[in-house]
Design a protein around this ligand. Sequence first.
Ligand SMILES: Cc1ncc(COP(=O)(O)O)c(C=O)c1O
Length: 714
Amino acid sequence: MSNVIGKVLVTGGAGYIGTFVVEQLLQKGYYVVVLDSLIYGGQGLDGLLGHKNLKLIKGDITDPIKVEEAINGVDGVIALAAIVGDPACQINEAVTRKVNYESVKLLVDLSIKNSLKRFVFASSCSVYGSNEHVKFLTEDSELNPVSLYAITRVESENYILSKNNLLTSVILRLSTVYGLSRRMRFDLAVNVMTAKAIQEGGIEVYGGNQWRPFVHVQDVARAFVVAYEASADKISGEIFNVGDTDSNYQIDEVARLIQEELPQTRIKSNATLTDLRNYNVIFDKLHKRLNYKTQFSLRDGVREISEFILHFNPEISDSKYSNLSTWKAIDQIEKFIPYAVPDLSDDERKEVIDTIDSGWLSAGPKSQKFEFQLKDYFQEDDLEIIPVSSCTAALHLQLLAADIGPGDEVITSPLTFCATVNTILYTGATPVLVDVDPSTYNIDLGHIEKAITPNTKAIVPVYYAGQAVDHTRLKAIAQKYNLLILADAAHAMGAKYDDRLCGTYEDSAAFSFYATKNMATGEGGLICTRNKEKAEKIRRLLQHGMDKDAWKRYSEAGSWFYDVSDLGYKYNFTDVQAAFGLHQLRKLDQFNSIRRSFGEIYDEAFKGDQRVQLHGLDPRAYYTRHLYPIVIKNAGENNSRNEFIDKLKNKKIGASVHYVPIHHHSLYMKRLGYKPGDFPVTDAIYRGLVSLPLYTKMTHQDILRTIDAVITSL
Ligand SMILES: Cc1ncc(COP(=O)(O)O)c(C=O)c1O
């Protein structure tokens, strides 16, 4: 037993080559850990899996947690896992880079951190690319990669070599592999040509005279074991071509060799060159330095595959035999990550069904229960809590309750949703905009006083993304000029300032339970105020100005008579909404804390990046992270923000912009006389503003994918 370096991690150990590497290591007495996502199925480990020295960790090499788990306690690594082959790598550049390069960096870094003694890396002779002018290529020849696959191999090689003083590593550049394996591939030249010769009676040869070295899969596996076991002075920081100098063939020669073995084969030449690779390689270094010689010839491989095909007649077009088809399927199912998704479960589903069964669809017992639950949430006895049909309704009602109307002015900020301003206009009052703070994107408190006139009645601070504004300063201004603070807290359910829940310290505050909000009831909103009189008025106005709601009229204890005393609206909350709300509210604090932790992961990932500006955090605020806004710096010059969003979309990442500022919309330009450029801080933010996906159902993988997509799209 050769157990100098006894415990080995093989990434991609269930793969075409990996299966033989694992088998040979086990035969030699090694303890083997396989990290493999099993995307081609588990056949690669058939007959091996029960072995007492083998442990399989099913997982992705891009997942740091899985890699850490797999690397823990091993002595060395044989790194095989990758998206292999030019066509498969072409499908999704971002995924290829992540799997074929970023994961190698991760593995190398963790190998160094864990003081591993050996790192053997699977590269490819494709790094020589189109190199016909050099007759025979050696490890020192110039590289000319012509595909993304080869580029990711070169980049990985360079990274590994750059760490050579910290890790004993060796790189193997493989010839084009052929031969039978438990995890079979019929997308490799020799394998597919032999199979087609039998199943279709003919082979189509594209181009024909391009050179390529070939090597049997079991010979390759042995090269990995040999390199793994070699003494460090022979291999450290070295690159070896793996194959045999006599096994360089032109493609039409391969076809002829197959024809010799299977004489009925027709060869059809097609002049179209589908593969630019052309290289003829020397393999002396591996032979001389490590006394390695291949044991299989191309003819052996053709015979072995012929027998297999004749015996089993496999469906060679099955996607499991092709890296391209397998990765295409993965790419198609690789899900779109939208910018927001509500977090609903069976609780809500059952409650909605119960509501349907109850017969109360509009305001009824569940709405009342929800109101009690809200009261319990805010824990303030004298706080009036009024669920309404939307935050828009809430904003409108709190203005009406404050008697705001024609001739009055209401101050707010331009980086908000149109509802903030529309509701002011509904009352007949005039919205007056004040630019935002460049860090928090909330109203700039330093500029408010300049906008105050004798007609100013109220300030509507927007708690952008769920981060409340500095209330001490805002309140001082409001008191000085006798103004009301009527917050647009649409994003801020559960948010706090100086440890006090938003909604408990303003004159009133309006929250949203819209579908994408931190707690969602589809459509829905809430008003909180301590003013009893105003609360009463709001309760009247939200149901046409009537003195009784439906529950008081239609329930067993109710009576039919009612009076309409004010001109009101139809803004009531419903039991269908409450069915969602009852469960969403229970989970709200947990949702907010998940969002906050996701926000921190993003912050950490982007914080050193000079290309983006992150949302400024106010340490006094408990921020609900309703949105994750980034601002792309210098986006204005070439409008790269829009391009950036398109790039994210191509990578199946949804993004949005919050918001098109108020003074950029035609309505407000016409009605209020504002125009783009009027609020320079908002304008500058808007030029580069993007909201990244942030929702509680995101997986760690989704966040990593988003981070990766952002970094590679900037
Ligand atoms: C800042 C702001 N205010 C008001 C609203 C209106 O909320 P709702 O859709 O519940 O009416 C929204 C909704 O997105 C918002 O983002």
